[in-house]
Design a protein around this ligand. Sequence first.
Ligand SMILES: Nc1ncnc2c1ncn2[C@@H]1O[C@H](COP(=O)(O)OP(=O)(O)OP(=O)(O)O)[C@@H](O)[C@H]1O
Ligand SMILES: [Mg+2]
Length: 223
Amino acid sequence: MSELVVKASKLTKVYKLFAEEIAAVNNVDLEIVSGEFVSIMGPSGSGKTTLLDMIGCLDAITSGQLEILGKDVSAMAESRLVKVRRGKIGFIFQDFSLIPTLTALENVQLASYFAGKSQKTQKMTVFLEKVGLGPRVNHLPKQLSGGEKQRVAIARALATEPKFLLADEPTGHLDTENSQEILNVFKQLNQEDNLTIIVTTHNQKLGSQTKRTIYLQDGKIVS
Ligand SMILES: Nc1ncnc2c1ncn2[C@@H]1O[C@H](COP(=O)(O)OP(=O)(O)OP(=O)(O)O)[C@@H](O)[C@H]1O
Ligand SMILES: [Mg+2]
């Protein structure tokens, strides 16, 4: 049965900068259920990252309501938000954010440790194999290509055994071929493991391959 992963009602984020107020996300209503693969598209500054950060409980909301996995996080204190983030959400960023002095395997193990999950080498290797990095487990980030680094980052997110994945411009630093490979990994995780994935992208070709695309403009959903 499908479970509501995200339920946003009149979700709004206003940034105050000196005398100016910017409604980065403006009265957004949105529902995402488990098993969906959603892309969020729109011009630069349209609010994609802001929306994703609120869904990821990384940024406080200004007004409206937001439920994540059935929990109202709208007014939750940071100490409780940390628990939602850590136990349930896997994050993937444009710049990979790997620890340069740790191998692929150790990067995955560290994330698992912080999530309070088992760090057994065998189990961690399965996550790396899942993203096609079996032969690269002992490589340092600098010994990996951009596409491979992003695959380590995906394995690291999976190791926390999240309920859903959030990826902000995961292919922003990759060429066409590597971007497609990363998208293929997401597709496979969505199809085979029924993992819910929400991704922001500027790339029309990638966006068109997800099951649903949400277009933002000036902080509002336009289609
Ligand atoms: N911390 C902040 N303080 C003030 N304004 C901000 C802050 N973060 C974002 N904004 C503003 O909010 C709006 C939405 O920004 P956001 O980063 O969500 O856009 P985006 O769609 O992700 O853009 P991009 O495609 O360039 O990543 C922009 O006008 C931006 O300048
Ligand atoms: Mg952004």
